[in-house]
Design a protein around this ligand. Structure first.
Ligand code: FES
Length: 143
């Protein structure tokens, strides 16, 4: 669930880039589309993106590393997004992160507000949001 993406394929990636290349500010839409399709943006495809959009490689790398949502590796296992924003921080969300950090079967991603602040701390597991999550509940969700 959530992680079953096609393996990276340069032909398909080129088509995706071409579809959006003419847009003003095409880089973000292109990166989003690549990540939506493959689940990540392959680092050795960055020069092609840069060339197609007339940007430097550093520009493209900079944007990929600036936005936490972009990945440069294929995600493994379940995708868990833990909210790092204020309401969830104040409800001890750090404990949840400490609890599952280092689990190889999980791709852990920070997110800044899941729109579920009233039920902090909030996490998203495989695209579904849960509120008032305790360490025990998180284990249950992942089992
Ligand atoms: S602050 Fe965590 S869901 Fe809004």
């Amino acid at each position: 669930m959530g992680t079953e993406k096609p393996v990276w394929n340069n032909e398909t990636a080129r088509k995706i880039v071409k579809e959006k290349a003419a847009l003003p500010g095409a880089l973000l839409p292109v990166l989003h589309d690549l990540q939506t399709h493959f689940g990540y943006i392959r680092p050795n495809f960055v020069p092609e993106i840069a060339k197609a959009l007339n940007l430097s490689r550093a520009d493209v790398h900079g944007v990929i590393s600036f936005y936490h949502d972009f990945r440069d590796k294929a995600p493994t296992g379940r995708i868990v997004k833990i909210c790092r924003a204020e309401a969830c921080q104040s409800m001890g969300v750090d404990r949840l992160e400490d609890h599952i950090k280092g689990e190889s079967s999980i791709t852990l991603e920070p997110v800044y507000c899941l729109g579920n602040c009233a039920c902090a701390p909030a996490v998203m597991v495989d695209g579904k949001t849960y509120g008032r999550v305790t360490s025990e509940r998180l284990e249950e969700l992942l089992s």
